[in-house]
Write a protein that binds this ligand. Structure first.
Ligand code: NAD
Length: 318
């Protein structure tokens, strides 16, 4: 059985905070149990859950009769480099706890997002296939690679249905991003809408694959609902809607805000960005579960600008 009771871990984050209403709308409010280590906001369904605490995880699964897990709790790339030990603990031990609990409680489906962070400097730059050189430079990338392989292992060994895809940089406006290398894109759009200048922490030519949040939510659910017998891959689907550089985003934003200016001052995140490819081959996702994003680059920027003008005041990460 799946989708009767869905536990979402890391539900307060950039993706989780939008996944909770998205899944609630589709499956019903009572069938979604959001959890996080930090609880903010007014949703009374939220439960406190630290994924590194195996006993609490077992208790929550039993208490709520969970049959499906969307495991979003993680420490992202830039934050992970500031505290690699924590990133290991949350991203690897935390995921392992989820998989152990899933086998123990006969969970029907475990969804785990991976990332373009699995790639490294030796990976080809353009149109990167799923199977390629994956030698990441961050603890985040290492942890995501291990997560992908653990997913395959648990599927083979225990017949656990584990699925995941490699999200590119995600653009959204509802919740500030959690310390990733592509956060510049969101920050730049926010500052342009506020009428400010922006100091970009990546070089102007750093081309990276990206996706708008509505497509991320739709794709993740489409993979979750896909016919298992049609899946050749499991945990490592490449997906991307478009690629862009910071300069291209600046030029696009100037169409709306002609006086907008960006200064490029790369920091430690440049090295991470340099290790990631500029574009991905998403054809396996198209073939195996009909991946089809709705938002291209200009549509994404237009929608972000429109929504931010309507809903000002969402705080940026400090
Ligand atoms: N946002 C992106 O651009 C992006 C890109 C690729 C992959 N992903 C993946 O998607 C998933 C969600 O990412 P996000 O952007 O929402 O991240 P985020 O940092 O915004 O949110 C992660 C959430 O996990 C929670 N968390 C941290 N430690 C925890 C613990 N021990 N127990 C329970 N919760 C804990 C945090 O409080 C936070 O709310 C992650 O696996 C991430 O690697 C995100």
């Amino acid at each position: 059985m799946t989708f009767q009771k869905i536990l979402i871990t890391g539900a307060g984050g950039q993706i989780g905070s939008e996944m909770v209403p998205f899944l609630s709308e589709i499956f019903g409010r009572d069938r979604v149990i959001p959890s996080d280590i930090r609880i903010e906001g007014e949703d009374d369904r939220f439960i406190h859950l630290d994924v590194t605490d195996r006993d609490s995880l077992d208790l929550a699964i039993e208490k709520y009769g969970i049959d499906t897990i969307f495991h979003l709790a993680a420490i992202l790339s830039a934050s992970g480099e500031k505290n690699p030990e924590l990133a290991y603990k949350v991203n690897i031990d935390g995921l392992h706890n989820i998989l152990l609990a899933a086998v123990k409680h006969k969970i029907g489906l475990v969804m785990v997002p991976s990332s373009i962070g699995v790639f490294g400097p030796e990976t080809p730059r353009e149109d990167v296939p799923i199977e390629t050189v994956t030698r990441p430079v961050t603890i985040y990338g290492v942890s995501k690679l291990i997560a992908e392989q653990l997913g395959y292992y648990y599927h083979r060994r225990y017949e656990l249905d584990v699925r995941g895809l490699r999200f590119p940089g995600l653009i959204s406006y509802k919740t500030p991003p959690g310390g990733g290398t592509t956060d510049y894109s969101i920050e730049m759009i926010f500052e342009a809408v506020k009428g400010n200048q922006y100091k970009c922490f990546l070089r102007e030519d750093s081309k990276l694959p990206m996706m708008y949040m509505p497509d991320a939510l739709k794709s993740f659910l489409r993979l979750a609902e896909a016919d298992s017998s049609k899946l050749i891959h499991r945990t490592d689907f490449n997906v991307s809607s478009f690629s862009m550089t910071p300069k291209q985003l600046e030029i696009e934003l100037k169409k709306y805000f002609p006086y907008f200016k960006v200064e490029y001052v790369p920091d430690f995140r440049q090295e991470i960005a340099d290790s990631w490819p500029g574009s991905l081959d998403s054809s396996a996702a198209v073939r195996e579960w009909n991946f089809s994003p709705d938002y291209d680059f200009s549509k994404t920027v237009a929608d972000m600008v429109q929504n931010l003008k309507l809903k000002p005041g969402v705080p940026l990460p400090s």
